[in-house]
Design a protein around this ligand. Structure first.
Ligand SMILES: [Zn+2]
Ligand SMILES: [Zn+2]
Ligand SMILES: [Zn+2]
Length: 146
């Protein structure tokens, strides 16, 4: 797991690379995303960052996205949700509810990830494709939609 200090240093460098500053507001947004156990919608981010002006939140998220700090996760509903990119956050998957659209982060045990990579590499190889990594969403019904 990355420490907060090294995470912030890494993010500041990414912001510099696109000529943007890692402002206090952007830091607060990153902090909320880093602490969440799932991707958050903009209303959820706004609610968790009362000090960040609503008018600037959209722009801040767009800048963080452009700098390769934040990524957009699409689910079955129309909400865009945001989380830190995988190389900052760690490899994980998503449980997505086909009923309400809620998204939950899920970490797959290493042994299963290893088996998954082996299987997927075989499938890719058959198509003449060299596997580098994978993304996998699990679609189903959350506990409250069942
Ligand atoms: Zn649901
Ligand atoms: Zn996630
Ligand atoms: Zn995986």
């Amino acid at each position: 797991m990355v420490t907060k200090a090294s995470l912030y240093t890494d993010i500041a460098l990414r912001m510099n690379a696109v000529n943007q500053r890692f402002t206090a507001s952007r830091r607060q947004i990153v902090e909320v995303l880093a602490a969440a156990d799932r991707p958050l919608s903009i209303p959820e981010i706004l609610q968790a960052t009362p000090d960040v002006a609503q008018s600037s939140a959209y722009r801040n998220i767009a800048v963080l996205e452009k700098a390769g700090v934040v990524t957009r996760v699409m689910s079955s509903d129309d909400w865009a949700r945001f989380e830190l990119v995988e190389d900052l956050m760690g490899h994980h998957h998503h449980l997505m509810c086909a009923g309400c659209g809620v998204v939950q982060d899920i970490v797959v045990p290493d042994a299963i990830e290893h088996e998954l990579d082996k299987t997927l590499a075989t499938v890719a190889q058959r198509a003449g494709f060299e596997l580098q990594h994978h993304r996998l969403d699990l679609i189903g019904m959350c506990a409250s939609c069942q």
